[in-house]
Write a protein that binds this ligand. Structure first.
Ligand SMILES: [Zn+2]
Length: 237
């Protein structure tokens, strides 16, 4: 049955709005310097009582030529509900994350330069500065390498993610970033890239200066993060 016939007026409105947001987020990926070619994707989810709709980029389509009608809508089980193209090959990973993190509404996956450079090492990004602490509150974890069969990537993300940290690196691969919606997830993806870049430069500078890198303490990092969260004093009330 056509999805348009299943949804009521209000649900259709929300679905159309989600598609616009997912389109804008995917189109913003290369503009923000987070992807080249087609190395990344964004999705969003609507969780209605009887059905969940996941809107995601189609596989292998250029961001510049991407149109709202190209987007694919699938159910939480992966069944295609709307769209003429094939969904991103990363759809099973997005779905696995949505099934396990009920509080999130958007996911961005990138192979951005600095985050992926860190991911190559298989090591987390330690907190070296207040920018990192503000945005992530702790080290950005790195899940061990996983191939892209079955739910291997999704399982690794859920197992190794840190509860309060909205991003995770995947060894030798890239990063997955979560948010309350796709727009929030891409903001965090940019912040992750920035933080990964600073961390790399810091370590290089430490080598040049023959100094040992120093991490911020957990206590300090938590304090910075708390101040940055809603109600913590940052921004306008
Ligand atoms: Zn990937």
């Amino acid at each position: 049955m056509k999805l348009k016939k299943i949804l009521n007026k209000e649900q259709k409105k929300k679905w159309e709005s989600l598609k616009r947001e997912v389109l804008e987020t995917n189109r913003a990926l290369p503009k923000k310097g987070l992807v080249i070619e087609t190395f990344g994707n964004a999705s969003g989810i609507l969780r209605f009582k009887k059905i969940s709709l996941v809107v995601i980029k189609p596989s292998g389509v250029d961001y510049d030529s991407l149109k709202v009608e190209d987007l694919v809508t699938v159910g939480i089980d992966g069944k295609k509900l709307d769209g003429n193209l094939l969904p991103s090959v990363d759809t099973p990973h997005h779905l696995y994350i949505y099934r396990n993190l009920k509080q999130i509404g958007g996911i961005v996956h990138t192979h951005s330069l600095y985050a992926t450079t860190w991911a190559c090492t298989g090591r987390p990004i330690p907190v070296y500065n207040t920018t990192h602490a503000d945005k992530f509150g702790g080290e950005i974890p790195c899940a061990p390498y996983a191939d892209n069969r079955d739910n291997h990537i999704g399982k690794g993300i859920i197992k190794y993610r840190k509860k309060e940290v909205p991003a995770i690196l995947l060894e030798k691969h890239g990063a997955f970033i979560f948010g309350t919606n796709a727009k929030k997830a891409i903001e965090t993806a940019s912040e992750l890239e920035f933080v990964a870049k600073i961390a790399l430069h810091y370590l290089l500078l430490c080598q040049v200066l023959n100094r040992s890198p120093k991490e911020m303490s957990k206590r300090e990092a938590t304090l910075w993060r708390k101040r940055h969260l809603p109600g913590g004093g940052y921004g306008q009330t």
